[in-house]
Ligand binder design. Structure first.
Ligand code: PLP
Length: 471
């Protein structure tokens, strides 16, 4: 054994303590750390001939990257849709790395942890047993998996086995959706379906949910079968397709119903909001992210699918005798893109057990209340224009400046706002407007944060709006 490795083996306890100290210090200062900053690191390190050992490497990490660490897991990181890390999920994640179990090995506890976690999540979301659930690395991969099985189903309707004979045997297929996330066209590209075969169905004015009548017209006028991607929580305004109506349409016109509920699925945790998902329990496949509103570390998401046989046709490891016979022995590796996998269910298992249904209900409802509070503050402030009612956890707004100045003013404003370090938000365009969105899905976020952010927002808005109004 290499001398440095030998030395680290001898001092494993101390190394873990150093790591724990580093983590504790980071976590205890997360409230004060900038939510966002421009990071550029110029000095590239080269690979040492003789290693430094763990302790000196931690020191080097601190020197090289210490000043560039932001509070992306903190209470005021409201960019994209970014959850944090609950204490229990961190415990689970540390143990995952320490034990390094393979979730795809049926003789390991990890396999049973994943099976159990999926069952717990079905309870949390109120999804029926009929769904097979598997962990993936993120909602993009869950959407990829759902669409891959949908493609197999579509082939089957036409007597073609796409997994065996390839997409060439099938020809062109269309994926329909109202306001799909960008990962849908990415998945279509990866699946050989092609981005240009995404058909955008109309949405009503000032909405991002699909116009059911427009979809029905399309289905009447075109020959299926099709794949339909329902959106259960769009990223700009958290709009939901009417899934119950989609289920009814599916009875009439043959299509696969995939629901992208990456973060909107968490509406199911609240009696007050779960109606937004009515009918989703009848979908063919559902994507839900774990690293967003479940607040576990990256990378974790789930794919729930009602057609395990089709799923295994796509993802099975056929002919690998040492992996067992996929037709008789269930193993996750025959249902998802990845083969060997870390036990990424364990952080979710920890956090679900630690905080339970009540914990997640209050986490989700708290974020929604705070997002609505922020929305009301902006609505009452003449310098802002709220671009959509706050439906759930995202606030989408712009500045009250002349339309001709909007792009420039909003960009300048967002740069200043993020440079303040107080908060991080992301730019977007909505309804042809240059806009900004704030997504509140972090377990730490409190009313104090909303007050602090609004104070910074209004001070900077006054400055920018004045500049453009009286220029
Ligand atoms: C975030 C998101 C995705 C992609 O998720 P990743 O976890 O980043 O892969 C897909 N759909 C929706 C609606 C999302 O919000």
């Amino acid at each position: 054994m290499d001398l440095k490795l030998q030395d680290d083996l001898k001092h494993t306890d101390q190394l873990l303590q150093l790591t724990k100290d580093f983590s504790s210090k980071f976590l205890s200062s997360i409230d004060k750390l900038a939510a966002d900053k421009q990071v550029t690191i110029n000095n590239r390190l080269s690979l040492p001939d003789k290693g430094l050992g763990g302790a000196a490497t931690l020191e080097m990490f601190r020197q090289q990257y210490g000043n560039s660490i932001t509070a992306a897991a903190g209470p005021r990181y409201w960019g994209f849709v970014t959850g944090g890390v609950t204490p229990a999920s961190l415990m689970g994640d540390w143990l995952t790395a320490a034990m390094d179990l393979n979730s795809s090995d049926k003789s390991s506890a990890a396999f049973y942890v994943e099976t159990e976690t999926i069952a717990l999540l079905k309870e949390l979301f109120g999804l029926p047993e009929a769904f097979l659930g598997c962990f993936t690395t993120g909602a993009t991969m869950s959407n990829f998996t759902g669409l891959a099985v949908a493609r197999q189903w579509l082939g089957q309707q036409l007597g073609i086995d796409v997994a065996a004979d390839g997409l060439g045997a099938l020809g062109t297929l269309k994926v329909l959706s109202g306001t799909p996330h960008s990962s849908i066209s990415k998945a279509m590209s990866m699946l050989g379906i092609g981005r240009n075969n995404l058909v955008r169905i109309a949405v009503p004015e000032c909405r991002e949910s699909v116009d059911i009548a427009a979809l029905e017209t399309y289905l009447q006028e075109n020959n299926g079968p099709f794949i339909y991607v329902a959106n259960a929580g769009t990223v700009n305004t958290v709009d939901f397709d009417d899934i119950a109506a989609l289920v009814k349409l599916r009875d009439k016109y043959n299509f696969w119903l995939h629901v992208d509920a990456a973060f909107g699925g968490f509406a199911a945790c609240s009696d007050q909001w779960k109606h937004l998902l009515n009918g989703w329990e009848q979908a063919d496949s559902i994507t839900i992210d774990a690293h967003k509103w479940l607040n576990v570390p990256y990378d974790a998401a789930m794919i729930f699918c009602r057609h395990p046989q089709l799923q295994s046709m796509v993802f099975q490891n056929a002919g690998a005798a040492y992996l067992g016979d996929p037709s008789t022995q269930f193993n996750f590796i025959n249902y998802i893109p990845e083969n060997s996998r870390r036990n990424r269910a364990l952080p979710a298992w920890f956090t679900l057990m630690a905080y339970g249904k009540e914990g997640y209900r209050s986490l989700v409802e708290n974020n929604i209340t705070l997002a609505k509070q922020l929305g009301s503050l902006l609505e009452e402030d003449a310098n802002f224009v709220l671009l959509s009612p706050v439906r759930l956890c995202v606030v989408c707004f712009t500045l009250n400046v002349a339309v001709a100045d909007e792009a420039e003013a909003v960009t300048e404003y967002l740069d200043l706002l993020n440079a303040s370090g107080v908060v991080c938000m992301t730019a977007t365009s909505y309804d042809g407007r240059q806009a900004i969105r704030a997504a509140l899905v972090n377990w730490r976020t409190s009313e104090k944060d909303v007050t602090m952010v609004y104070h910074t927002m209004s001070t900077l808005a006054e400055k920018i709006v004045n500049k453009y109004t009286y220029a």
